[in-house]
Write a protein that binds this ligand. Structure first.
Ligand code: GLN
Length: 551
């Protein structure tokens, strides 16, 4: 069985993490590691604490094509695992009937039996954030105003996943309309972090990150306006990829801030996020901002680790953003990022600190622009054009009542702030100024990326914090977005992957490393990220209560 049901105590001990304090580094030991393409089922028995994360997508494909497993059996065992973990984690807002999933799986089995290629995502269970439209499941964006809404179409990204054989296994919990960093702003439930259920999974795509972390699905889709894929990836110890603005169609993504929004990918390995991105990327005639740039086959960027020389990244110029390892960032996070920088050096890179003086301006500029755009985007939810309607005698009370009852407090606050920033007397002081700052930020990234091939930083200033800890302090919550918002303002791609641990929870808490690249250069981020991940010693990013027996 490829995906087992939930853990047994024996399996738990097999995969318990090395405590952070006992970690050691063996810079050249990676030459002995198995290549991505060499991984076979027999590795299940030989998996060690330090084995690199395998690609779940490739393993599922190998199992199906070799006849070792059927898509129906795989789907059933995955669903069992998903449902067992769900009452504790609450990652999902909607789950399909098992029968609906099995219909898709059996169709794939029939294609294979008839000698057809079932597609690169065949049999892969994909969870989808609830602000991405699905025609067969409700899509609420975590909001009461859309409670029960069933879109008449699939978002382009979802359509492409299905066309390539992926099976949509449910809609994941999120902060309402993407506004938040914890899932606590969801109108329906708070998701727990699989590493420590008393902590938040991050947000706003917390459900998608937790589901991958707990192996409730193989990969998932999220959205990232100011960090909502990267910060939860960091909190949950999974890989999160935010593509270049325009790389993936936004058709069917419910708009938060249209000039910043991007659909992104979660996986338990860099390879999986790259394969998923390849599936969903590319021009779409339904989104005029989607790019016509070619989408390379990212899989060709994943070099077999056994064939690596001792300095596989020789010559790569890595810039560590000085302002991100400064005051206000947890000491444990800084040490993990410094250790990651050392690892880059071991791999042959030159690592230098680089200063982006405009970095701290990102947060105020982002919050002005994001709330301004959202106040405009959310005006469509008035109970008539979109959104649930309350009964009222007059039109004004119908609009007002529908919005008052439908939106949560965080969304209302942002609509008010955005309306204020856009109002005639204040437009120049806030919105226009924020746009000017955005240009400065864009240019400073451009310059830094002329001198460096990639930039690195933490993905968040701390590891996952406790549920409720920042709920009543919005400014503290917004400050947590400092590492990610600049990247959206500059429209650049960024990959977050787990790189170490800090103390906390039963097994330590994962820390994410953010790698930022030039526009449309996701291929380089994935190549470098894959080598980094496959050579990182003594770190196994599987939460303590979860069995990862996928090979
Ligand atoms: N936490 C940020 C916000 O609340 C980012 C959210 C996102 O990327 N959707 O705006």
């Amino acid at each position: 069985m490829l995906l087992s049901t939930l853990q047994t105590p024996r399996a738990l001990s097999r995969l318990s993490l090395v405590p952070p304090s006992t970690l050691t580094r063996h810079p050249h030991a990676f030459t002995s590691r198995a290549s991505l393409n060499d991984q076979t089922l027999s590795q299940t028995q030989t998996q060690t604490l330090t084995s690199p994360p395998p690609s779940q997508i490739l393993s599922i494909r190998r199992s199906l094509l070799s006849g070792r497993a059927s898509a129906a059996d795989l789907a059933l065992s995955s669903l069992t695992r998903l449902r067992l973990a769900e009452p504790r984690l609450r990652s999902f807002l909607h789950l399909p009937d098992d029968d609906a999933v099995l219909v898709h799986a059996r169709h794939l089995d029939a294609l294979i039996a008839a000698g057809h290629d079932p597609g690169p995502l065949a049999g892969v269970l994909v969870a989808v954030k609830d602000n991405i439209c699905t025609a067969d499941m409700p899509s609420t964006a975590g909001s009461l105003i859309l409670d029960g809404y069933l879109p008449p179409f699939d978002a382009t990204a979802v359509k492409r996943v299905r066309e390539l054989g992926g099976i949509v296994v449910g809609k994941t919990n999120m902060d309402e309309f993407g506004m938040g960093s914890t899932t606590e702003a969801s109108a329906f439930q708070v998701t727990a972090n699989p590493w420590d259920e008393s902590r938040v999974p991050g947000g706003s795509s917390g459900g998608s990150a937790a589901a991958v972390s707990a192996r409730q699905c193989a990969v998932s889709l999220g959205s990232d306006t100011g960090g909502s894929v990267r910060q939860p990836a960091s909190f949950c110890g999974v890989v999160g990829l935010k593509p270049t603005y325009g790389r993936v169609s936004r058709f069917g993504l419910m708009a938060y801030a249209s000039s910043l929004d991007a659909i992104g990918c979660f996986g338990s390995s860099v390879a999986d996020t790259g394969i998923l991105l390849h599936a969903i990327a590319g021009h779409d005639r339904f989104d005029a901002t989607s790019s016509k740039q070619d989408v390379p086959n990212f899989q060709s960027h994943f070099v077999s680790v056994s064939s690596l020389e001792s300095k596989p990244l020789k010559g790569l110029r890595v810039g560590l953003i000085r302002e991100t390892i400064d005051d206000g960032v947890d000491a444990g996070v800084i040490s993990a990022i410094r250790a990651a920088a050392l690892h880059f050096e071991e791999l042959g890179c030159s690592v230098n600190e680089v200063s982006l003086p405009s970095f701290s301006l990102g947060l105020p500029a982002y919050y002005i622009l994001a709330v301004s755009e959202s106040s405009s985007n959310l005006s469509r939810y008035d109970g008539i054009r979109y959104g649930n309607q309350v009964y009222a005698d007059e039109l004004d009370s119908l609009y007002g009542g529908s919005r008052a009852g439908g939106f949560g407090s965080e969304v209302k606050m942002r609509i008010l702030m955005g309306t204020y920033a856009l109002s005639a007397g204040y437009y120049d002081a806030y919105y226009k100024r924020a746009q000017q700052v955005r240009t400065i930020i864009r240019n400073s990234f451009k310059e830094a990326l002329n001198q460096n091939d990639i930039l690195i930083s933490p993905a968040a200033p701390s590891a996952a914090y406790k549920i409720g800890e920042k709920k009543n302090d919005p400014l503290a919550m917004y400050a947590g977005d400092i590492m990610t918002v600049n990247v959206n303002l500059a429209g650049l791609p960024a990959l977050v992957l787990p790189c170490g641990f800090v103390e906390g929870g039963p097994a330590g808490l994962p820390v994410g490393l953010q790698m930022i690249g030039a526009a449309f250069n996701e291929g380089e981020l994935l190549r470098v990220g894959h080598i980094f991940e496959q050579t990182l010693e003594n770190c196994r990013f599987v939460p303590p209560n979860v069995v990862d027996d996928i090979n």
